[in-house]
Design a protein around this ligand. Structure first.
Ligand SMILES: [Zn+2]
Length: 176
């Protein structure tokens, strides 16, 4: 198995705490990405969708996963288990420093996730505390904050899957 952390970043304009509507562990937030088969290298033609709230039984019947998919070319089974508790909202301070934040960690067997696509169902707040519902699927957003009397927005939304290792430290499990 390989752990992949989904890191992402964006330019934020008078906005902060960008995250899925019910937080980074939002059970309904749909993650869309493609899978590359670890066995034959075939990339799935269609994007796969997984969410924390959707669980399926593994073929061996012994445990569950968030996705089980067969490679169309070689027939090998792949599975993905999502690991919550690793994501943090993207803040304006991070974007000013050029930092990235983690959204979710995926325990992948037999496949590699690629090409994450941001979807609808995000939220952020202005520096004055006004909250905004945001559709990230266009990669940009612009609105006006009446309270702060300033435009708010985001752009240059990007992401990458990074291979991480599981680390135990002081009773906490981290993926770095
Ligand atoms: Zn394959």
């Amino acid at each position: 198995m390989v752990y992949y952390a989904l890191y992402w970043w964006a330019d934020l304009d008078n906005l902060t705490n960008l995250q899925p509507r019910y937080g980074c562990d939002d059970p309904t937030y749909p993650y869309y990405f493609k899978l590359r088969c670890e066995n034959c290298g075939e990339v799935s033609a269609k994007a796969t969708c997984v969410s924390l709230g959707e669980v399926v039984d593994l073929p061996n019947g012994r445990s569950t996963a968030n996705l089980v998919q067969k490679c169309k070319l070689c027939g090998r089974d792949a599975s993905i288990v999502m690991i919550p508790g690793q994501g943090t909202p993207l803040t304006i301070e991070q974007t000013q420093k050029g930092d990235r934040t983690c959204l979710m960690v995926f325990d992948c067997r037999g496949c590699e996730p690629i090409d994450f696509a941001f979807g609808n169902g995000w939220k952020a707040e202005s520096l004055e505390g006004t909250s905004f519902d945001i559709d990230c699927s266009e990669g940009e957003f612009a609105d006006y904050d009446e309270k702060g009397e300033c435009p708010v927005g985001l752009g240059k939304l990007r992401s990458e899957f990074r291979v991480v290792k599981k680390q135990e430290s002081r009773g906490k499990t981290k993926y770095v």
